[in-house]
Design a protein around this ligand. Sequence first.
Ligand code: 5GP
Ligand code: MG
Ligand code: MG
Length: 178
Amino acid sequence: MVEYYIPKWEEIEEGILNMTERMLSEDFIPDVIVAILTGGVIPAKLMSDVLGIKNMRYIDVKFYKGVGNRESKPIVRAVYVDNIENKKVLVIDDVSDTGETLDFVGNVIAMFNPSLVRTATIFVKPWSRKYPDYYYKVVDKWIIFPWDKWEVVRENTEAPVDKKERFLEILKRLRKTG
Ligand code: 5GP
Ligand code: MG
Ligand code: MG
């Protein structure tokens, strides 16, 4: 049985504000935010609104196939990055597990010659070989975010999330019509 950690929206907000406060206390204000698709998009949007930074970029990279199930190599689908030369960059994702995604994205970003690159994820796993520069909490379970709960339920219908019955009903109807 997989054990899950299911943060509420309140905890996501707390995490974003907490990381932003620490960035400010270190006088780190990025010029550009790079979101790792797709889990990093909502944290990046929240952070960009808090900081008032409209300058966003995206990297579509994936290691994982599902819960606890990973590809051995990163799959880069697209790099939506330009114009970050000599800029301070903050790379954001929702969680860092092994640290490989952040490592890999850091290397991709470095090719664009930014002046500084820092990383932030709301959560980090205790076994991660490289912690992000900013994180809110260390969690050793599989995290179900408000933004990927249906992705998780698709993989494992036993996942303990609310409104699941309605979602499964929708899935059933989609399978009938598809
Ligand atoms: P890493 O490359 O650090 O091992 O894995 C990071 C990526 O895997 C993140 O972009 C995230 O999408 C996914 N991931 C890793 N652990 C979790 C988790 O506990 N919950 C969810 N929802 N995604 C995770
Ligand atoms: Mg991801
Ligand atoms: Mg994800």
